[in-house]
Design a protein. Structure first.
Length: 472
């Protein structure tokens, strides 16, 4: 615990939805929901306008549509969100060498390590300047919490939402936490919260008064002791600049249960290719291949195989995942598949996989074609947020699948005559586009044939006009 509030927690406000509203003037001030749009899709982020109707993240998309039928429902644009996140993280990096990203829109910063703050006044000044810089650079707002520990800083940023700053002076933690629900503490989810409620503990002060021995009896040594310390406001976790990844994985949920064994095998191979792509992008290799299968009855099976050494070879990973699939009964149908690699390392043992590499070289163009086709099928996928591959009939999509993926709601397009716009919706051979730019007034809506030669997908425009690329 620190004597000054020099740990900063930044949380961007309704990040995905706010980015979409900033990019689309016609959606500003209106309910926007971002997530998987298939029957089994889930909400990734809801704008504050949508939250007033009860919509929240992780909610089934069908339920969200019932609560807010007039909201705009958009497919996530993760590359776009990442580009904004990189801008925000760069601003944080200017404050301190110790920045701990938690996700695309959330991070801790150690201001003391950056030499920018040593008391409440200087910390508040840094926080306010950061919020202004984020707004000027990205056009979006973020909420800032400042405290003497990571736990309290995160609680402070939650209280600051939306678009605010809350500073909690060290020494006031117990007074702040006492009347709050036990669920405010890290590690207390629904199950633990219910267990504590049955024991008569509903507030943080109840936990502090119960004592460490009682919490250890209820929750076990590690969890009970940790929870008792947090209930008293103690949290001495440092801000860690880099987090070592423990695994890399991808998964897809399907709109309709898969029964065909060949189709299931094809999907597993496609996921293995995507997983290796992420593995290589992170600069890692791995020894353990993991297959995840969620069946028709929601039962989830996980199978793994550990290799003799780490690999990032797509053929090796694909074949290992295929072997794991052979041991799983998929007779009743499959609703989700996932492939992962764990036991990560920053090197490969090429000599252990010489035979697999020779086979990959012999396959050559066939493997390359499979990867390209897989990318086409999954390009607009919500990376696990809903039906990422429901329409895919295999490694090579048919014409109708390509059209559906191309005109995903919310994605950017450009027309030879009307300029930049975004897809409002498509179906029965038509696509409806609203033509507007982040810095324009709400634009007009026009409808075209899905194969109109003058209409094509495009890259997102920057949210702040000064950052426009040449020709954009």
């Amino acid at each position: 615990m620190r004597a000054a509030p020099t740990i900063l927690h930044l949380d961007m406000d309704a990040f995905f939805a706010a980015a979409e509203q900033a990019a689309k003037p016609s959606l500003r001030g209106k309910p926007v929901v971002v997530g998987g749009l298939g029957p089994r899709g889930v909400v990734a982020t809801a704008s504050y306008e949508a939250r007033r109707f009860g919509v929240h993240s992780a909610m089934p998309m069908g339920q969200a549509r019932r609560l807010a039928p007039n909201a705009a429902y958009l497919v996530p644009r993760f590359a776009f969100y990442r580009s904004i996140s990189e801008q925000v993280m760069e601003l944080l990096g200017r404050l301190s060498p110790l920045v701990e990203p938690l996700s695309l829109d959330e991070a801790f910063v150690d201001l003391e390590a950056g030499g920018l703050a040593d008391d409440g006044a200087s910390a508040r000044a840094v926080g306010e300047r950061l919020r202004a810089d984020i707004l000027a650079t990205t056009g979006l707002t973020g909420s800032v919490g400042l405290a003497g520990s990571k736990m309290i800083a995160k609680i402070a940023s939650e209280e600051a939402k939306p678009d605010g700053l809350v500073l909690i002076e060290p020494g006031t933690e117990r007074e702040l936490l006492g009347p709050r629900s036990v669920r405010i503490l890290p590690g207390v989810g629904p199950a633990t919260g219910e267990h504590l409620r049955r024991a008569g503990m509903t507030t943080v002060s109840d936990l502090a008064e119960a004592g460490e021995d009682e919490l250890v009896r209820l929750l076990g040594r590690a969890h009970g002791a940790s929870l008792h310390r947090m209930a008293q406001g103690y949290d001495d976790r440092p801000v860690v600049a880099e987090r070592d990844a423990k695994s890399v994985s991808v998964e897809d949920t399907f709109d309709v249960d898969l029964h065909d064994r060949v189709r299931i095998r094809t999907e597993v191979e496609r996921l293995a290719e995507r997983c290796v792509g992420r593995l290589r992008a992170s600069g890692h290799s791995g020894r353990t291949i993991v297959l995840k299968v969620r069946r028709y009855d929601f039962s989830t099976l996980t199978r793994s195989e550990t290799l003799r050494g780490p690999t990032d070879d797509p053929v090796v990973v694909r074949e290992a995942a295929g072997r794991l699939l052979e041991a799983v009964d998929t007779t009743g149908g499959v609703r989700l598949l996932g492939v992962g690699v764990s036991g990560l390392a920053d090197y490969t043992q090429e000599d252990l996989f010489a035979q697999a590499e020779a086979e990959a070289e012999a396959e050559g163009e066939r493997v390359g074609a499979s990867v390209a086709a897989s990318a086409a099928v999954s390009g607009a996928a919500a990376e696990g947020l809903g039906s990422a591959s429901a329409a895919a009939g295999g490694a090579v999509p048919d014409e109708s699948v390509a059209v559906e993926r191309r005109w995903a709601p919310g994605h950017d397009v450009r027309h030879a005559v009307h300029g930049a716009g975004w897809v409002q919706g498509s179906g029965v051979g038509r696509v409806t586009v609203r033509f507007e730019e982040p810095w324009s007034a709400p634009g007009r809506v026009r409808t075209f044939s899905v194969d109109d030669p003058e209409l094509e997908p495009s890259e997102p425009l920057p949210l702040v006009r000064g950052e426009c690329r040449a020709g954009a």
